[in-house]
Ligand binder design. Structure first.
Ligand SMILES: *[C@@H]1O[C@H](CO)[C@@H](O)[C@H](O)[C@H]1NC(C)=O
Length: 245
C-alpha cells in the first residue's frame, strides 16, 4: 500500500521575544488512528520541554526544562487538557479527510484524433479526462457499443499538483465509416457512466479548403455585384447633372 504523505493538519505557533510555543498534530493515516499531538516549548531556539501524546507525558530537555516537566507532569489539570487536545487532533484529522473523501470533481473529457502521416497506417484516437478528483477513474473504449482492450494504451492517473488528476487513453484503429467508436468514462463524480461518441470528420483538411473556397467565391460574387451596382449608380449620377443643365 502506498504510504500517505506525512501531513501536519494544523499547527499553532506562538512566539514571544525569546520563548516559543509550538503545537502540532502529525499523522500518516487518513483515519487519524496514528495522529500524534506534540506541544513544544522553546527558549532561545533550544527545545526545553515537550509533550508528546504517544509518550503521554512531558519531557524536559534542559536543566530548567526538566524542572518544568516535573511540575507539569504532576499537574492533573494540565495533563487533562493535553489529553483533550490530543483527542481534538485525532478528531480533526478524521473530519478533514471525511470532508475530502465526500468531495468529487467531474472530469472534463476531450475525445480527439491524431492523424497518422501515412493514410494507410492506422490512426490514433485519444480520450483525455482532465481535472478530476478523486484519482480513481475508468476509461473504456467502445467499438459499436462493445468494450475493446486491443490496441489500447493508457497513461496512469497523472497528478496535476493541485489535488486534481488527468489521464489519457489511446486507441489505434483503422478508420471505417460504419464503425461507431466511443469513449466511456466512469468516475465517482458521475451518476452514471458518460459516453462520448467519436464523430469522424473525413478529410478535415479538404473540408477546410472547401469552406475557404466557398468563402472566396461568395466574396467574389459580392464584389462583382457591388462593382456593377456602383457603375450603374455612377453613370446615373453623371447623367443627372446633364439633365439639370
Ligand atoms: C513522539 O513520540 C513518538 C513515539 O516515541 C516518536 O515516534 C515521535 O517522533 C515523537 N514526536 C516528536 C515530534 O518528537
Amino acid at each position: 500500500p502506498k504510504k500517505l504523505v506525512v501531513a501536519f493538519a494544523f499547527c499553532f505557533l506562538y512566539c514571544a521575544l525569546f520563548g516559543c510555543y509550538v503545537a502540532h498534530c502529525q499523522f500518516t493515516s487518513p483515519d487519524g488512528h496514528d495522529a500524534m499531538f506534540v506541544d513544544q516549548f522553546y527558549f532561545n531556539k533550544v527545545l526545553e520541554v515537550q509533550y508528546n501524546s504517544s509518550v503521554g507525558k512531558v519531557v524536559g530537555y534542559t536543566k530548567n526544562g526538566i524542572k518544568v516537566a516535573d511540575k507539569l507532569n504532576g499537574d492533573e489539570g494540565f495533563m487533562k487538557h493535553q489529553i483533550w487536545k490530543s483527542n481534538l487532533c485525532k478528531r480533526n484529522v478524521q473530519m478533514f479527510y471525511d470532508g475530502l473523501q465526500r468531495k468529487s470533481i467531474e472530469p472534463y473529457v476531450w475525445l480527439r484524433s491524431v492523424d497518422a502521416a501515412d493514410s494507410r497506417r492506422p490512426s490514433m484516437l485519444v480520450c483525455s479526462a482532465y481535472n478530476f478528483y478523486p484519482k480513481q477513474i475508468k476509461l473504456t473504449w467502445l467499438r459499436d457499443g462493445k468494450q475493446t482492450t486491443t490496441d489500447v494504451t493508457s497513461t496512469e492517473e497523472l497528478p496535476n499538483g493541485n489535488w486534481l488528476y488527468q489521464i489519457h487513453s489511446y486507441l489505434e484503429y483503422t478508420p471505417t465509416p460504419e464503425e461507431k467508436i466511443s469513449c466511456m468514462v466512469e468516475h465517482a463524480s458521475l451518476m452514471k457512466p458518460m459516453i462520448y461518441d467519436w464523430e469522424p470528420s473525413p478529410d478535415s483538411g479538404r473540408d477546410k479548403i472547401a469552406v475557404g473556397a466557398a468563402g472566396l467565391l461568395l466574396g467574389l460574387v459580392f464584389s462583382v455585384a457591388g462593382l456593377i451596382y456602383y457603375k450603374k449608380k455612377s453613370s446615373e449620377l453623371l447623367i443627372l447633372p446633364q439633365r439639370i443643365v
